[in-house]
Design a binder for this molecule. Sequence first.
Ligand code: IMP
Length: 434
Amino acid sequence: MAVTAIVGCQWGDEGKGKIVDLLSEPADFVGRYQGGPNAGHTVVHQGEETILHQIPSGILHPDVICLLGNGSVIDPRILFEEIDELERKGVKVAGRLFISHKAHLIMPYHRAIDEAAELAAGKGKIGTTGRGIGPAYTDKYQRCGVRIVDLLDRDHLEKKLRANLKDKNKLLRDYYHSTELDVKHILDEYLDFDKKADPYIKDVSVMLNDAIDLGKEVLLEGAQGTLLDVDHGTYPFVTSSNPTAGAAATGLGIGPRRINHVVGVMKAYTTRVGNGPFPTELAEPLQSDFRKWGGEYGATTGRARRCGWLDLVIGRYAARINGLDSWAITKLDVLSKLDEIKVCTSYRHKGKTIQHFPAEPWLLDEVEPVYETLPGWQEDITNIRRYRDLPNNCRSYLDFIQEQTNVPIGLISVGAEREAYVPLSVEALGLEKQ
Ligand code: IMP
């Protein structure tokens, strides 16, 4: 029985939702360890698309228990919209979703500050999802955040809200020249949330450790991706949490030695939403072609994603930071139209070759990608389900990724539907052979 962490290895939107959904089939538990409603995980089953922002995609499998760990930030409004939407589609959520009592809440002032700060930053803005993620995590580390346990005592909550709002309203009014918020209104809204949320709140750490002791199959789901990690990403153009594998333990309250497998999800090319460096970003008109072929629009904000060639400097970096055991390569079918495909293997800067992903933002803006050009396969692969049926050039592309990163590929995804995938090695995915 395994505990497997699934992490994004680029700038998010790698297709983790589909991979978690696929690997959830034999799972008993799926736990999210960081992030909030900034994520958008898309799953397509029998032609029906479901986009999940906070709830793990494992919820679409009726026997899977889903957990939101202490490392995530919860927006109650969005959470209950998502629960209602799932229940409308016939997915039973009650009794299958549990939220850590230690998770922090996204408050209305977090959303207001996120929007106001981005507006005030003008051209220097990060391009956040506007969901209040950064301000909620700022309060967590400033030690004035509101946790789910705070909802249990009305007086304590009111006191905390009054203290917080004094500062937040000052900031909104005097610095951002924006609208102030009302304590009473927020208090009523969150106490109402407390009543609705009651059956979902648990000590997730106890629950998960017990499950692991019993030998249950567990998936740990990261949101966003390695390059949006607040420590290891393209700072400051990052999110405010740690999507990398190390956070899977702290974000759910389990020991690091409990995790015995890490799967990295990487798109067969690269995308990013929001601002920040992107060495292999494509020029037009190919950038727009990729966007069209891959449907590259944000699942949360609808923003057009920036598109580029696969970057294996990033691939090797993600393999190292996350300690990857295997890859899940997604959207390989999107490359089928190309007669040749470029892959970045290193960068050049002022005559020097760079093999390791640099931390200096100005360097990342200036580097020139060094490409290998591989032949395309120009054949529809969306209906292929066996590795040996893939075109030769497609298999060479996969071999190249494995050689360059020194990580085996466990599966590839060749279309949006749940069934559209080709397993390469179930052992590499940490699954036992059926
Ligand atoms: P925030 O997480 O809303 O603060 O946004 C910070 C940066 O992370 C922005 O560039 C966002 O576009 C990006 N981001 C946040 N969540 C996701 C995601 O799920 N997929 C892709 N990018 C994301």
